[in-house]
Design a protein around this ligand. Sequence first.
Ligand code: BQF
Length: 287
Amino acid sequence: MAVIIDGKQISASVKDEVRKEVEQLNQQGICPCLAVVIVGDDPASRVYVNNKKKACAYTGMESREYALSGETSEEELLKLVEELNRDNSVNGILVQLPLPKQIDETKILHAISPAKDVDAFHPVNVGKIMVGDYDFLPCTPAGCMELIRSTGVSVEGKSCVVVGRSNIVGKPMAMLLLHANGTVTICHSKTRNLAEICRQADILIAAVGKAKMITGDMIKEGAVVIDVGMNRLPNGKLCGDVDFESAKEKAGFITPVPGGVGPMTIATLMKNTLTAAKVQHGLKELK
Ligand code: BQF
């Protein structure tokens, strides 16, 4: 039976660390501020934005929400991003994804000033992550690394398998594991013998977006299993990419959904917003 990794608790201690640093900045007259932009009324996005605003309040940071209609044009959104880039009272800018279809996501993400890019989606920041010398942490992958660290299992020399190759999770996740000296394999929808490859993993990261697709028979005895999935079942329940019931019988450590990776994503966002504020107040230099 696996030890269940408590993401909620670990995220709380990360946020407490951030809060302490925010208090120190407050004494110097600095209040870190995150601008959160949401376009349209996707209910999941609404929940995520509220989680981010709550975390700002918890850590003592300011959040400003910009809620735009689902009919907003790309040009209008670009104009807002440029305003926020220029606004010295805004330290971090986050545009909630996905965006409505009339807006080119890439174009928007590339318009955010790299110094305020707390999601680390701008190519400048993506490049820095690739090189291994970065200012902003990729939120979900860095959250996963923190969860792995909490188990006491070292990544060095281990077989790490990342299932999923998205720009937001899979690819940066593979990079962070590589920087930690893991031996990294990335699997995706075209991978042959997925089960066999997964069974080699000492550390398995599931980031595919398919409910319960990683089953117990695909897991090595004692492995660390990190479930990034956020799937909504027909009954309304939230469910990961890992079949928790069968996986927990094989894994050494496993994250639940909810209460695993999700809260860590938010905690890392808070760290990044703090970093952005420090950089913009000359207390830290960009790499
Ligand atoms: C929890 C996200 C897919 C696509 C876009 C806590 C969050 C989720 C779960 C959260 C996510 C997922 C976010 C829990 C932000 C993580 O208790 O388990 C927090 O708010 N997330 C997002 O902004 O965009 C997404 C997943």
